[in-house]
Design a binder for this molecule. Sequence first.
Ligand SMILES: CC(C)(COP(=O)(O)OP(=O)(O)OC[C@H]1O[C@@H](n2cnc3c(N)ncnc32)[C@H](O)[C@@H]1OP(=O)(O)O)[C@@H](O)C(=O)NCCC(=O)NCCS
Length: 136
Amino acid sequence: MPVSIDIQEEWMLSIMETTGENKRFMIEDRSGQPVGMTGIYGINWIHRTCEFGVFIGVKEEQGKGYGSEAYRIMEGFGGKYLNLRKIKVFVVKENAAAVTMYRKLGFRQAGELQDERFINGRYCSVLILEKLLGGG
Ligand SMILES: CC(C)(COP(=O)(O)OP(=O)(O)OC[C@H]1O[C@@H](n2cnc3c(N)ncnc32)[C@H](O)[C@@H]1OP(=O)(O)O)[C@@H](O)C(=O)NCCC(=O)NCCS
């Protein structure tokens, strides 16, 4: 969608906020160049659940292990420092890279939302994946 500079600036400020239920981080390569973003979102402190998201925005950097490493770091942070118990992801079913990555990282399918999102002119189904962390 088209976005104005003002709205973009507002969004930039809002995503820097890490004190509440969303914790967002940049992903950098070894030289400090940004390659993407990751985070845990929608933390529920009573149920100790959250959602995970990751985006490797520099296409040439995809498939090099950044997504998996970002997840492992966020899982460690969520489990050991935020006392979280379960992580969920919502992923478009035909996003083979993401679905394969999450399965390799130990996620199991909890459900499927039929024709959930309208993307590029058609409806796409979304998988709900979940992973219980070490301590249960
Ligand atoms: C999906 C995404 C996060 C994966 O991160 P990545 O750094 O590219 O993936 P990794 O290098 O860690 O790969 C992890 C595993 O995913 C699978 N995978 C990665 N890219 C793949 C591709 N293009 N096709 C099929 N499987 C793929 C592989 O099995 C890989 O394991 P392997 O290297 O042992 O074979 C990244 O491609 C991305 O940001 N895509 C666009 C945004 C997006 O879809 N985000 C997820 C929304 S939930």
